[in-house]
Design a protein around this ligand. Structure first.
Ligand code: ZN
Length: 431
């Protein structure tokens, strides 16, 4: 792209990074052989929290000398946009590790459920937890993501299932974004599960979640988007439609958990509401894929849950690809079906389990993940004017981020123009 019109004067750089292989992740038509948008550019300059310039290291060094700009030598590391985890349930009380162990020791799902296990145990623990303990546990999980180069995450509520507890989850999500060098987008997952006190009054629960609760949370500035789990074990098409309609009347964008266990037409519903994303999509018809493409709704694939549940029907990636649906990948970090705080592991699983190409997978945690959160004008690619969020990796080529199984080659992270994770040795950021 031609960025010259937006370039700041070189005397105005605050800092410049040189000797990097830059994968801008800007989508370029006909970029065969160069899908990562790395066109020999090896230097990136920052002004304030913005990317001010991208070019060659020779130019950068000459300008830095002339104007006394501090220089960081990346030592040949790869530079990518800060990664974006666009689907998490990061904040919850308790843990399900005991249940995990019991199951593997032969206790049945029915027995676990009868003794208060499953999602209801997380709801009980979350309602009992105070804000400080929720924040402490979520901070630990967020730091694990950040250590791999993640600079933006989405966080859903949905384990409170009553107004006060849902509010607490969203407040903790906002606090997480204030305390950490991390951008946090909040999602009110009003229709996640039916709390047991509402087991005989579904309609009233949906009314509350779609009416006064949504209005109160949105009015408090806690809601960037809404989400609903539309599935035969969760909420129907009609209930989801009611909730999404209420959100639309408040001007709030939507995500939809769609097609995880069956195809109920939730993808078509998401498309009809112009949702930012439809997530899971293991069960999806050609008509559903066409609807998502026409609406510009991003398909967020969640291989961690697929793996944990040992599912055998992967999302129809060739169908989505052929329809032209933008694909994203996320951890779905949650205590029951995806206790995953590694977006790099999700990259590997997206390739090995779902057949994504490494380029599709990496676009799925950068450019397309930004679209899934509606923040594509701000982050997701390395371009002049966007926020200076980027990560450095000691790898030979970008595909190595997908190839490694359980390794973390992240050597440095810059958030809003400020280095917040520095590593020693070659490839690290030296200040
Ligand atoms: Zn989820």
């Amino acid at each position: 792209m031609d960025t010259s019109a937006h370039q700041s004067s070189r005397g105005e750089w605050d800092r410049v990074w040189i000797n990097a292989s830059i994968a801008t992740m800007v989508a370029v038509d006909g970029s065969q052989g160069n899908p990562y948008g790395a066109a020999g550019q090896t230097a990136l300059a920052v002004r304030g929290d913005r990317i001010a310039w991208i070019g060659t290291s020779d130019e950068a060094q000459a300008m830095a000398r002339a104007h006394g700009v501090p220089v960081e030598d990346c030592g040949g590391a790869w530079m990518l946009p800060g990664l974006i985890d666009c689907h998490t349930h990061l904040i919850y009380g308790g843990s399900r590790v005991e249940e995990f162990e019991k199951r593997l020791c032969g206790v049945s799902y029915e027995e676990i459920s009868r003794t208060g296990g499953g999602i209801q145990s997380t709801v009980t623990a979350t309602r009992a937890a105070d804000g400080d303990s929720l924040l402490a546990a979520a901070t630990l999980r967020a730091r694990r993501l950040m250590a791999e180069g993640v600079t933006t995450i989405e966080v859903k509520s949905g384990y409170g299932l009553e107004l006060a507890a849902e509010r607490r989850l969203l407040e903790v999500a906002r606090e997480l974004g204030r305390r950490l060098p991390l951008s946090v987008k909040t999602t009110y997952l009003g229709l996640h599960a039916l709390p047991k006190e509402s087991a005989h009054d579904r309609a009233n629960y949906v009314d509350q979640a779609s009416g006064p609760w949504l209005a109160a949370l949105a009015g408090a500035g806690l809601v960037d988007a809404v989400d609903a789990f539309c599935e035969n074990i969760a909420f129907s098409i009609a209930e989801t439609e009611r909730f999404l309609g209420a959100a639309r009347s408040l001007g709030l964008p939507a995500h939809v958990h769609a097609g995880q266990l069956s195809d109920m037409g939730a993808a078509e519903l998401a498309a009809r509401f112009g949702a930012l994303s439809a997530d899971h999509l293991e069960y999806l018809s050609p008509a559903g894929a066409q609807a998502l493409a026409a609406a510009g709704t991003v398909a967020v694939l969640l291989p961690g849950a697929y793996f944990t549940l040992r599912q055998t029907t992967p999302p129809p990636v060739p169908l989505l690809r052929h329809a032209g649906v933008a694909l994203a990948l996320a951890t779905d970090c949650n205590p029951g079906t995806s206790p995953c705080t590694s977006l790099l592991l999700a990259l590997n699983m997206g390739c090995t389990l779902f057949g994504l190409t490494p380029h599709e997978a990496i676009a799925g945690v950068t450019r397309n993940a930004a679209r899934a959160l509606g923040v594509q004008d701000e982050v997701g690619t390395l371009e002049v004017g966007k926020r200076a969020d980027f990560a450095l990796y000691r790898i030979d080529r970008p595909a190595e981020l997908c190839y490694n199984l359980g390794a973390n080659p992240c050597a440095g992270v810059v958030y809003g123009g400020i280095a917040r994770l520095e590593a020693d040795g070659p490839g690290g950021v030296r200040s």
